[in-house]
Design a protein around this ligand. Structure first.
Ligand SMILES: Nc1ncnc2c1ncn2[C@@H]1O[C@H](COP(=O)(O)OP(=O)(O)OP(=O)(O)O)[C@@H](O)[C@H]1O
Ligand SMILES: [Mg+2]
Length: 509
C-alpha cells in the first residue's frame, strides 16, 4: 500500500447550534481516490473546508498532519503552499476572466516593466491543458462561455499548477453530462498515476465503484467505522451505513386514480436564444392529468429545461403555443402569469433561480407566496415563520432554526428549501427539474414520498430527470425529448430504459 500523506485526527467543528463535526478521523494515501460519502448535512464539505484552510474554519478541534507534519492552515493560500487544493461544490472561478487568468490567478506573469506577459501566460496555459490532454479549451476564452464540465477542468488545471498532492473534489459530477464525467474520470486516473491523493465527495453511489479505491462514511458529523476498500463493500452496505438503516426501496412509487386534465399543451415552441429563426423546442404537444407523475427524459441539451421554463413563462414572447391549465387557456408572459395559473417550477439551478443565499429560510420559503401573508396591508410575520417551520419539518431540512441563512445550509438542504418555497404556492401543477440533484439517497426517498403524497392530493407532477432509473421508477408516463421535439410518450410499466434511450438518442425506429 502507498504511504500515508494525510492524517486527520479527532476533528471537531461547531457552528452556532450545530455540531457539524465530532471526533472525525480520516487517513488518506498517495495515489488513491478516497471517497467521502454521507447524507446531506453529514459534514463532508465542512471537513474538507477545515482541511483546505477556508478562512472561517481554523478554529476546529483536533489535529491535521500532512506528510507527517502537523498543520493548521489559516487560509487556502496557506494550504496551497502545503500542496493541498480544493475544488468546491459550487465552482469558484471568476466568470469574467479568461481561462488563463483564472488558472494563474495569483501568479500573473509580468515582464520587466510590470506588464502582463500574455504570450507566456497563454503558453503556460496551453502546456498545462495539454498535460491533461484537454484540447478544446481556448486559454483566452472567458470562463463564462464554458460548460460546467469545462469549468471543472479549468479548476483541475489550476490545482495542477499548484502542484497539489492532495486534491479535494466536492461533488464534481453533480452538474456534468455523462461524457464530461468520463472525461473527468480519465483525468482523475491520470493524477492518481502521478501519485496525487484525491478525496472525492459524491452522492452518486454508482461512481464509487468506478473511481474510488476506498470509502469513508460520515453520518451526523461522525465517521462510521474507518475507511474500507470499495471492492470489499456493496453499495447497499454503504447506503445503510450512511442512513443508519436499510432503505427498503429506492423508488416507493404509488399509483393513483387518474383525475381531470390539469395541463394541455399544443404546438409549443421556444426560440433559440442566439440563432434567429432556430428553435430549441419545436411543436411539442402533451397533456398532464391529476393523479399522475409525468417524467421527461432526454439527453442534455434536448430542450427539456427550455420547455418547462417556457411553460413557466420565463421566456416571455420567445415561447408560444396553446397552454390550457385546468380548463382555462392562459397567456404566459412572465413567471407571475404561471404562478397565478397554479404552476410551480423547481429549477435545476438553485443558486441562480431558486434562492436568495444571504436571506434566511423564512424569507426564502415565503418568497413566491408573499401575497398570502399580507393581512390588511401588514405582513404576517408569525404566519411566515410557522409556514417555514412546517416545511422544515415536513421536508426534514437539517437546520437549528428557520432563521439560518441559506448560505449556511448544506447543498442538499438548500434544495429542500426550494421545494418548500414552491409547495407553499399550493400549485395545481408542480414541475420539478432535476429535483434530486446533489441530494443524498435518504432525502431522495423523502422527496419521492412527498411526490406521491402531493399526487394523491390532486397535484399533477412533471419531473425532468437525467437519471433514467429515477424517471422510470417514479413516473406513470414518460415523455422523451430529442433535439427539441417529443420523440415518444410511453407508459413506464410497458417500456424499458433501453427503449427510452433509443428515443432519446434518435435511434428508435
Ligand atoms: N458556515 C456555516 N454556518 C452554520 N452552519 C453551517 C455552516 N456550514 C455548514 N453548516 C452546517 O454544518 C452541517 C454540515 O454541513 P456540510 O455542508 O458539511 O454538509 P455536507 O455533508 O457537505 O452536505 P451536502 O451533501 O448537502 O453538501 C450542516 O448542518 C450545515 O447546516
Ligand atoms: Mg457538501
Amino acid at each position: 500500500m502507498n504511504e500515508v500523506i494525510l492524517e486527520m485526527k479527532d476533528i471537531g467543528k461547531e457552528f452556532p447550534g450545530v455540531r457539524a463535526l465530532d471526533n472525525v478521523t480520516l487517513t488518506a494515501r498517495k495515489g488513491e481516490v478516497l471517497a467521502l460519502v454521507g447524507e446531506n448535512g453529514a459534514g463532508k464539505s465542512t471537513l474538507m473546508k477545515v482541511l483546505s484552510g477556508v478562512w472561517a474554519y481554523p478554529d476546529y478541534e483536533g489535529e491535521i498532519k500532512v506528510r507527517g507534519e502537523v498543520c493548521r492552515f489559516k487560509g487556502t493560500r496557506d494550504a496551497e503552499k502545503a500542496r493541498v487544493a480544493i475544488i468546491y461544490q459550487e465552482l469558484n472561478l471568476i466568470q469574467d476572466l479568461s481561462v488563463a487568468e483564472n488558472i494563474f490567478l495569483d501568479r500573473q506573469f509580468t515582464n520587466k516593466l510590470g506588464i502582463i506577459d500574455w504570450d507566456r501566460l497563454r503558453a503556460e496555459t496551453i502546456k498545462i491543458l495539454s498535460e491533461l490532454h484537454i484540447k478544446d479549451i481556448d486559454p483566452m476564452q472567458s470562463v463564462k462561455e464554458l460548460t460546467v464540465g469545462k469549468q471543472q477542468m479549468v479548476e483541475i488545471a489550476k490545482a495542477l499548477t499548484l502542484k497539489a498532492e492532495i486534491l479535494i473534489l466536492d461533488e464534481p459530477t453533480s452538474a456534468l453530462t455523462d461524457r464530461e464525467t468520463d472525461e473527468l474520470f480519465r483525468v482523475i486516473r491520470r493524477l492518481k498515476n502521478d501519485g496525487v491523493c484525491m478525496i472525492y465527495i459524491s452522492h452518486k453511489m454508482e461512481e464509487l465503484k468506478q473511481i474510488a479505491d476506498r470509502v469513508q462514511v460520515l453520518r451526523d458529523g461522525k465517521t462510521i467505522g474507518s475507511e474500507v476498500p470499495v471492492a470489499e463493500v456493496t453499495i447497499d452496505e454503504i447506503i445503510s451505513r450512511m442512513v443508519g438503516r436499510d432503505l427498503k426501496t429506492l423508488y416507493p412509487k404509488h399509483t393513483a386514480q387518474r383525475g381531470k386534465k390539469i395541463l394541455e399543451v399544443h404546438g409549443f415552441e421556444v426560440d433559440h436564444p442566439l440563432l434567429p429563426g432556430e428553435k430549441v423546442v419545436r411543436d411539442v404537444s402533451f397533456d398532464v392529468y391529476q393523479g399522475e407523475i409525468l417524467g421527461i427524459a432526454g439527453l442534455m441539451g434536448a430542450g427539456r429545461s427550455e420547455l418547462v421554463m417556457g411553460l413557466f413563462g420565463a421566456w416571455g414572447k420567445s415561447a408560444r403555443g396553446k397552454v390550457v391549465v385546468d380548463g382555462r387557456e392562459i397567456v404566459l408572459r412572465s413567471p407571475k402569469d404561471a404562478i397565478d395559473a397554479g404552476i410551480a417550477l423547481v429549477t435545476e439551478d438553485r443558486k441562480l433561480l431558486g434562492l436568495l443565499l444571504e436571506q434566511d429560510i423564512v424569507f426564502n420559503t415565503t418568497l413566491a407566496s408573499l401575497n398570502r401573508f399580507v393581512k390588511m396591508g401588514m405582513l404576517d410575520q408569525d404566519g411566515e415563520r410557522k409556514t417555514a417551520e412546517h416545511y422544515v419539518k415536513e421536508l426534514g431540512v437539517k437546520t437549528p432554526t428557520v432563521d439560518a441563512r441559506i448560505a449556511n445550509l448544506s447543498g442538499g438542504n438548500q434544495q429542500k428549501v426550494v421545494i418548500g418555497k414552491w409547495l407553499n404556492t399550493q400549485p395545481k401543477l408542480l414541475i420539478l427539474d432535476e429535483p434530486t440533484r446533489g441530494i443524498d439517497i435518504g432525502a431522495k426517498v423523502e422527496i419521492y414520498k412527498l411526490m406521491n403524497s402531493l399526487m394523491e392530493k390532486g397535484v399533477a407532477i412533471v419531473m425532468i430527470s437525467s437519471e433514467l432509473p429515477e424517471v422510470m421508477g417514479m413516473s406513470d408516463r414518460v415523455l422523451v425529448m430529442c433535439e427539441g421535439k417529443l420523440s415518444a410518450d410511453l407508459i413506464c410499466g410497458e417500456t424499458s430504459k433501453e427503449r427510452v434511450m433509443e428515443y432519446a438518442t434518435g435511434s428508435a425506429r
